[in-house]
Design a binder for this molecule. Structure first.
Ligand code: SF4
Length: 498
């Protein structure tokens, strides 16, 4: 059994103008090579240390992750105080939000996002007046319920006082105008941007509890409404946050009966904050992926919602329902070798699922690793849970999407299928002749039904072997033979990460 221990994580303080970055708050790292068990041990005994890279091919930006959450809130405007290039993620999240909104049955809402288009002269003379001017025009045009101002490397470096400007504009407009301090250079972990967005939502929108409700917050990316049936059966109502919630719904997420997270990497800060500040209990167990993981998560849900007997009934029924198909899939998938690349908690959850299907997990590359979560409880540690339930994972890497490292590893191990969370990685599977699928809807694999969904998808993907082998013949690999023969840690400062 995973030990339930409280680790020392700073208490949430929404009076602070900005959230402390993950490296400092959660001891997070972006570079590690070894086994999953070694990483769990280093994290739990507090000796995990990050190592830099002498060469880095790519990275992500926290501002994009902050925008990913704020841009989906209905009724608010997001102003990106930045050069126009930082707004490149507007189009991708606008597209994702349109698809997601229509899946949620919302067809009459468009997001409103603006950039202050900081120019070279603004970086010399300051950009605050430009920000205020833009905000006044936007307020007159859109009449939003609230405005969020996301910062950028440029506004951060020149020291624009976005907080003071937001206070002034808030008084002038009579609505919350809240800065979201998320410039890309603040943190090596782009997931710090999620925390920055939630810090702003907590500061700018969420109000103290009036009365408790039967709603259950679901901290979510996009995906489908998979919690409705389960929670309705238990006498509760799912409230999906933050994307697609209205301003008014977010005001009182403090009144919910509990908080569920679809991914602990995403929801760590908000889940812990709602519990610490407003007493909303957080389901702390790692999300429900794989049979054993779903059983544990369901039992914790039953305990928190006071529905333990009902949950036991559901577990028994669902096991019965999926068993015949699951056995069939296990037979077909037994011994197939999979490699996973995904964000931290989601990657760990997928690792459990693969092993539940009787497959062999030959390695994983997750984009970062949080040594612990904001609730300080090791039950939330999806990797520790995976190792405990299914055993160690070899070739376990923490690698912030450095493709040259991922290709190096995949070139050295025997893999039947590559499962990736993000589209940028999938193309490399194809170039290497590996059947590959993108796991972009995190709800797809969640819970008991998710196990069957996932098995079907894996079987379909394995059938593409001829196609991918053909693609490989015509693909040009930019990496030289020399690089592919080197140790993957060649550019890690000080060598391997252990
Ligand atoms: S905030 Fe910085 S890292 Fe992010 S997109 Fe703008 S310049 Fe790039």
């Amino acid at each position: 059994m995973v030990q339930t221990v409280k680790t020392k994580v700073p208490a949430i303080n929404i009076e602070l103008p900005e959230v402390t970055i993950r490296e400092v708050r959660l001891g997070s790292v972006t570079n590690f090579s070894g086994t999953a068990a070694e990483l769990v041990e280093l994290s739990q005994c507090g000796t995990l240390k990050d190592k830099g890279r002498a060469f880095s091919q790519s990275t992500g930006c926290g501002s994009g992750n902050a925008f990913c959450q704020l841009s989906g809130i209905r009724g608010v405007v997001v102003i990106n105080h930045a050069p126009i290039g930082c707004a490149s993620d507007f189009q991708s999240f606008d597209f994702i939000n349109r698809v997601g909104l229509s899946d949620f049955g919302i067809t009459d809402y468009n997001g409103r996002f603006y950039s202050t288009d900081l120019l070279e002269k603004n970086t010399i003379f300051g950009g605050i007046e430009k920000l205020k001017e833009a905000a006044r025009e936007i307020f007159a045009r859109e009449k939003p319920k609230a405005i969020f101002i996301t910062t950028s490397c440029a506004s951060g470096i020149i020291g624009d006082d976005v907080g003071a400007a937001a206070d002034e504009l808030s008084r002038e407009f009579g609505i919350p105008v809240t800065p979201c301090i998320c410039e890309g250079f603040r943190s090596k972990l782009w997931t710090s941007g999620f925390d920055a967005a939630f810090h702003s939502v907590l500061k700018g929108i969420v109000k103290p509890t009036r009365k408790k409700t039967n709603k259950v917050n679901i901290i979510n990316f996009w995906g489908s409404r998979i919690f409705d049936d389960l929670l309705n059966e238990l006498g509760y109502e799912a409230q999906y946050i933050v994307p697609y919630a209205t301003y008014e719904e977010l005001e009182y997420i403090s009144e919910a009966a509990a908080t569920i997270q679809i991914c602990s990497t995403l929801g760590s800060y908000l889940g812990a904050a709602l519990e610490q500040l407003y007493g909303v209990p957080e389901i702390k167990f790692a999300p429900a992926f794989g049979i054993k993981g779903t059983d544990r998560w369901m039992r914790e849900l039953g305990r928190v919602l006071d529905r333990e007997e009902q949950v036991e009934e559901i577990i028994e029924r669902r096991h019965r329902e999926i068993e015949p198909k699951l056995n069939e899939y296990r037979e077909k998938l037994s011994g197939k070798r999979a490699y996973v690349t995904a964000g931290a908690a989601f990657g760990h959850s997928l690792s459990s699922l693969i092993q539940d299907l009787g497959m062999t997990l030959v390695g994983a590359s997750v984009y970062h690793h949080d040594a612990f979560y904001d609730n300080g409880n090791t039950e939330s540690d999806a990797l520790a849970n995976t190792v405990e339930m299914y055993g160690n994972i070899p070739n376990y890497r923490v690698c912030n999407k450095q493709i040259f490292e991922i290709v190096n590893v995949l070139n050295k191990i025997d893999v039947d299928i590559l499962i990736a969370r993000h589209p940028g990685i999938v193309v490399w599977g194809a170039k290497l002749g590996l059947p590959t699928f993108i796991m972009d809807d995190e709800q797809f694999a969640f819970g008991y039904k998710g196990i069957l969904n996932y098995a079907e998808k894996i079987l379909e993907t394995l059938d593409t072997i001829e196609f991918t082998k053909n693609l490989q013949k015509h693909a040009r690999m930019p990496y030289t033979k020399w690089w592919l023969e080197q140790s993957v840690d060649t550019f890690t400062i000080g060598g391997g990460s252990k």
